[in-house]
Design a protein around this ligand. Sequence first.
Ligand SMILES: [Zn+2]
Length: 335
Amino acid sequence: MERKRQKSKKVASNLSRRNFVRLSTLGAASTLLPINLSAVVNIREPLQIGLIADVHKDIMHDADERLQEFLGEVNKRNLDFIIQMGDFCIPHQRNKDFLEIWNNHQGDKYHILGNHDTDGGFTKDQARAFWNMTANYYSFDKKGVHFIVLDGNDANPKPWSGYNRYIGKEQREWLKEDLKNTDKPTIVFSHQTLELEEGGITNLKDVQKILESANKEAGFQKVLVCLSGHHHTDFLTQINGIYYVQINSASYRWVGDDYKKLRYSKEIDEKFEWIKYTIPYKDPLFTFMKIEEHGITIEPRKTEFVGPGPKALNMRKSHPHDPIVPMISKFEMKI
Ligand SMILES: [Zn+2]
């Protein structure tokens, strides 16, 4: 009995010594780090980011109030930046006041181009000029983390009908170079998802390959997570080590002609003719993302539908990949 106990004690002390040796090498030679640990080491200072997606000023009568509520919450926090994830507002004079609300926010703020931001025949250049956005796609660093914003509205190869949802060759080459030139843990934003072909970026496999190759070449998990809006749903998945999160809309879920319903006054309906094709969310949805040493967390937020929801409308049960829900889940991603 006694001997046995001694033996196991020895094994334990050997193990802890081995752990100690491994840990002490981490600081000395960071280039030799095994997968996953390097990114963990690089995030020394936690970051907090405000996210709002698909406000749709041109559909919602109360988009201004929704944006104001988001910024009110933003002002209570000490954030590193905020980002609107597309389908914000078209570059029309009538949207000046709405944009002013955003522009009046003093902290760092970024835009993502959505497919509806050029509705009514506007160009991407016009939308960018209106928002004071300098490039369709770009990247920046904050506290040792690299952020990439993609433009998912490049022209799809012909024949194609409907809204563009594509990352063109030039942008893909730029993405490869941009990833090559950073050794920081990286977070990617796009309006349309990079993980579901239905409604998402049609050549998402090409883009995933670029991200995965960058991780392989780096020898550590460089690209941690990709975030998108556009689909007005609440979803998290992981593909080959990279997390993909869909951030729900601030305003509503589109349900179309089959389920259209008047939910506001006649006056509102006359002025905002598209609301009846949606199930609006009572309060605006938005979220705050925390990036810390061991993980990334999306803060939950929940509201309710205005009027009948999908169940009361007898809609087919929504796909688990595409739930119709008035909420943003608490998503926790280990890194
Ligand atoms: Zn969209």
